[in-house]
Write a protein that binds this ligand. Structure first.
Ligand code: MLT
Length: 325
């Protein structure tokens, strides 16, 4: 029988799957101090989402000679909250569920793109304030504009396919993706990030947060954006990030909104999370959501089942087929 800590919540059916296989599950969020004091050394496996930070120090405190973690599961995609190198040094297997939330994040990104160009959140606020802003809230179409995708993995490709159906031209920057994939999807793959910003009035972020991508979207790149669509319409420039906070420099983006270079900024992810206060919140041309791209019933069910199977496999003494280390 194994002991499993679930620190950021998990679908109930997934928890049942693990307990039905004879393992103990403790669902509890631990503070940084508790994690550093070695609370996870009492468990064989831990399942986290993004709120629990498994740093090198936390991981080193989670193992000892007889007992301790053997498995870290990231119920989701991004593993920037887990020190994989430290886990590997301690013979801890790390797994995530990279495909399970793709459809949900794709739909969230499209929702933000549409909300940006049709002033949905401003219109809703006006309506609630008793203002019938029919004349003021003239939007622009996505059709006839260029969409730049920074990162061209599964989510970006899904976003691109829908954007294409809406009549957008696709551009992408991703040094790790084969050209054939982009070609097949009628997407122009660029060799440098700047040319995406030069060509596109709409840019959506789909890469991981790394040292290389930190503040990749900065004021000089935002200033390259054309503001005029391929169809000649002055649609302004629009940025969306449903990937990871920190890839867009929020201060630079706010300045660009104030100067008019950026017409909208839509974020599901923030440099500091939870984002309960942020200078962006006072600006009407910003709208946001609290990191809920993967928060659908369908995605959470898929993530849970996939993660529960990985946990069970490991506790049964097998190495999961799809580990990250
Ligand atoms: C992910 O990386 O899976 C998503 O950002 C969702 C999350 O972290 O909760």
């Amino acid at each position: 029988m194994g002991r499993v800590a679930v620190t950021d919540g998990m679908d109930e059916k997934a928890i049942e799957m693990i307990t039905d296989n004879g393992h103990d599950v403790v669902v509890k969020h631990y503070t940084e101090e508790e994690l550093l004091s070695g609370v996870l050394a009492d468990f064989d496996a831990v399942v986290v989402r993004s709120a629990t930070k498994l740093t090198r120090d936390v991981i080193n405190s989670s193992v000892n000679k007889e007992t301790g973690l053997k498995f870290i599961g990231r119920a989701g995609v991004g593993v920037d909250n887990i020190d994989i190198e430290a886990a590997t040094e301690n013979s801890i297997v790390v797994c995530n569920t990279p495909r399970a939330s793709t459809k949900s994040v794709v739909e969230m990104t499209i929702a933000h793109l549409l909300a940006s160009c049709r002033n949905i959140t401003t219109a809703d606020r006006r309506l609630r304030d008793g203002v019938w802003a029919k004349k003021e809230l003239v939007g622009t179409e996505l059709s006839g504009k260029s969409l730049g995708l920074i990162g061209y993995g599964r989510i970006a490709q899904g976003v691109g396919n829908i954007a294409k159906a809406l009549g957008m031209d696709l551009h992408a920057y991703d040094p790790y993706v084969p050209k054939e994939i982009a070609k097949r999807n009628n997407c122009k793959l660029h060799n440098d990030v700047d040319s995406i910003f030069r060509m596109c009035t709409h840019v959506s972020i789909h890469c991981n947060l790394t040292e290389e991508t930190y503040h990749l979207v900065n004021s000089s790149r935002i200033n390259l954006m054309p503001g005029v669509g391929d169809d000649g319409i002055h649609c302004g420039n629009h940025l969306v990030n449903c990937a990871r906070g920190g890839i867009i420099d929020e201060t630079a983006a706010l300045e660009a909104i104030k100067s008019g270079q950026l017409s909208s900024l839509a974020l599901d992810v923030f440099e500091i999370e939870p984002a309960t206060s942020n200078p962006l919140f006072d600006n009407e041309n910003f709208h946001g959501t609290p990191h809920i791209g993967a928060a659908t019933k369908e995605a959470q069910a898929r993530i849970g089942i996939e993660m529960a199977s990985l946990v069970i496999e490991t506790l049964n003494g097998n190495k999961p087929k799809t580990s990250l280390n």
